[in-house]
Design a protein around this ligand. Structure first.
Ligand SMILES: [Zn+2]
Ligand SMILES: [Zn+2]
Length: 596
């Protein structure tokens, strides 16, 4: 973090009234608490929820957001860069939002903040004050980059919190409980409300031997569970279908050390998530132990390694770091390059290497590439293409399919059961996962003794209300996908459908010029196509299509049709019919009727 813009002081103490209230276990049972799910339920990505206290029609009710993340598009969403939560509900409540609380620094939890803070489609223009954002130092550091790039830092007020800290946000007390995950400084969030404790697990696993020895604070969670008890648990479902326990992150370090020891004379290039600083630490440790120097490659890797070292999350001595520009001055066996691109992103450092287009590194038979990661669903194709490309360059490739060079950051079924046995919640709502993951997680809840009618499966847009008596669905809010298309802005479903059709079926443009006065075709019809048939080899077919369209236009003109739009409809119908009958395809048909 840049030293001339310090974060607000960390708040570790509860103010006396709230602390007293908490000590007394006092709650105000007449004030309802609601949870509004804005993203992340039914998908991996765009995690965002609001916790509200106060009657739904109370203008002074408190709204606290937990996370505001993005989702990466799947292969069918042509030209779409990002998907965000729908901000309609947040815009309606812009001035009631007292704070944004962050569980950890992954993009699916912090990547949409800069869009939330924007004017017009976010809440920026509607708020009177900067939005307080609470999170761990590293979480804020990772979130900060994009907000800063967008020039929106003045619209925020970042407040760093320490492990175990509690902050008072309006009438709520929000507690940050350490958890282990695939990024350091991750937290579960316990919200002490008028209806008791609501616990958000954050993304977590129960790693008993984490790299930084900072374990999931099961003792604190157990304390809350004993007294005052946890009324509602919302917990990570990502790996609920996977049996057993996830391996510890340190087990990956052992594998890496063995791998590095076996590759003494070879250059090693590793790729992992740039935010996975513990993985990066373990790669660095294994490399330094074998006398290698380390260079980072890729902008986000460079930035995060710098941030990690500043925050003392990473321990890599300056003397072990070299600049990527100097890489060719070293013997292959003396260097390790830590790169971005573990998801096969075509323009990432590794993606360029796989095509022989990376400015700094040309790979060959002296190189071993270690993909210390796992493809996120949707990215498998890209990752496979990168592996193929690297192999064609002559490099050796080690990935999680051949050696245990990766461990997940999300709890598997037995960890979830352990967690549930400690939390023992009154109500259970699975979050963070595709629907199947949430169903699996719901079953674990029942297995661990939460009664069937107290396990509630929700989806994006659902609103739950917690009262003294019960937790029940009370309505829905808009929660559709908000698409971001590069810097151009947001595009709607219609544009996306068009692109999909264009990509899958191509386009046929039919141009015809008519004399409206005389009712005669002057020029054309002419057909231009891309992606339907290859025009130079399909001249006869195109001629026939022109004839079919000409017949339709002449017949319409003969019946006295003179309206251009009506003629265009006829052209579209005739061309569409011909194309589908003759080729069984449905390209986009664009009719253009010009008047002369
Ligand atoms: Zn995460
Ligand atoms: Zn996540």
């Amino acid at each position: 973090m840049d030293s001339n813009t310090p974060l607000a002081a960390c708040t570790n103490a509860w103010s006396p009234p709230v602390a007293d209230r908490l000590a007394a276990g006092a709650t105000d049972s007449s004030v309802p608490v609601r949870v509004v799910f804005l993203g992340g339920l039914g998908e991996i990505g765009r995690n965002c929820m609001a916790i509200e206290q106060g009657a739904a029609d109370d203008p002074d009710r408190t709204v606290v957001l937990i996370d505001c993340g993005l989702m990466f598009p799947d292969a069918n969403m042509h030209g779409i860069d990002l998907i965000l939560p729908d901000f309609t509900y947040l815009r309606e409540n812009a001035n009631r939002i007292q704070a944004l609380v962050l569980t950890h620094g992954h993009e699916d939890h912090v990547g949409a903040i800069q869009y939330l803070l924007r004017d017009h489609d976010g809440i920026g223009d509607l708020r009177d004050d900067p939005l307080p954002i609470y999170g761990a130092a590293l979480t804020l550091g990772l979130a900060r980059n994009r907000i800063e790039e967008a020039g929106l830092l003045p619209k925020t007020d970042m407040r760093k919190v320490a492990d175990g800290a509690s902050v008072e946000i309006g009438p709520l007390l929000v507690e940050f409980i350490p958890v282990t995950h695939s990024v350091p400084h991750a937290h579960a969030i316990a919200v002490h409300t008028a209806q008791g404790v609501v616990l958000h697990s954050g993304d977590y696993k129960i790693d008993l031997t984490p790299v930084d020895h900072r374990r999931t604070d099961l003792a604190r969670i157990g304390q809350l569970a004993k007294s005052p008890g946890i009324r509602l648990l919302m917990a990570d479902s990502t790996n609920a279908e996977e049996a057993g326990y996830s391996p510890s992150e340190t087990s990956v370090g052992t594998v890496l050390q063995g791998l590095f020891a076996s590759q003494r004379d070879r250059r090693i290039v590793t790729a992992s998530f740039a935010s996975h600083l513990h993985r990066i630490q373990q790669i660095a440790t294994a490399a330094i132990a074998e006398g290698r120097f380390i260079a980072t490659l890729g902008l986000s890797m460079k930035k995060n390694v710098k941030l990690g070292r500043e925050l003392k999350v990473l321990d890599i001595p300056e003397s072990s770091l070299i600049d990527i520009d100097d890489i060719d001055k070293y013997e292959p066996g003396k260097v390790c390059i830590i790169s971005t691109g573990s998801q096969g992103e075509p323009m990432s450092a590794l993606g360029l290497m796989a095509r022989g287009e990376n400015k700094w590194l040309k790979l060959g038979e002296h190189d071993t590439v270690v993909l210390s990661s796992h493809a996120i669903p949707g990215n498998e194709g890209n990752v496979n293409a990168v592996i193929d490309g690297l192999l064609r360059m002559g490099a050796e490739v080690v990935h999680s399919g051949v050696l245990d060079v990766h461990a997940t950051g999300h709890a598997q079924a037995d960890e979830i059961k352990t967690y549930l046995s400690i939390v023992n919640p009154e109500w259970y709502v699975p979050i963070h996962g595709e629907y199947r993951h949430m169903v699996a997680n719901a079953r674990l809840g029942e297995l661990m003794g939460v009664p069937h009618d107290r396990v509630i499966l929700c989806e994006d847009g659902d609103v739950l209300e917690l009262t003294k008596k019960e937790l029940r669905p009370v309505g829905r809010v808009p929660s559709g996908y908000l698409y971001v298309d590069g810097i151009v802005g947001d595009v709607g479903q219609g544009v996306l459908r068009d692109r999909q059709k264009l990509a899958e079926e191509g386009v046929v443009v039919v141009v015809v010029t008519v004399d409206i006065q005389t009712g005669k075709v002057l020029v054309g019809p002419e057909i231009i196509t891309r992606g339907w048939v290859y025009a130079p080899e399909a001249e006869d077919l195109l001629d026939e299509a022109c004839d079919a369209v000409a017949d339709a236009v002449e017949s319409a003109l003969g019946k006295g049709v003179r309206d251009v739009e009506a003629l265009e409809r006829d052209v579209r119908r005739a061309a569409g019919k011909f194309v589908s009958e003759r080729t069984k395809r449905r390209p986009m048909i664009v009719p253009v009727v010009m008047e002369a």
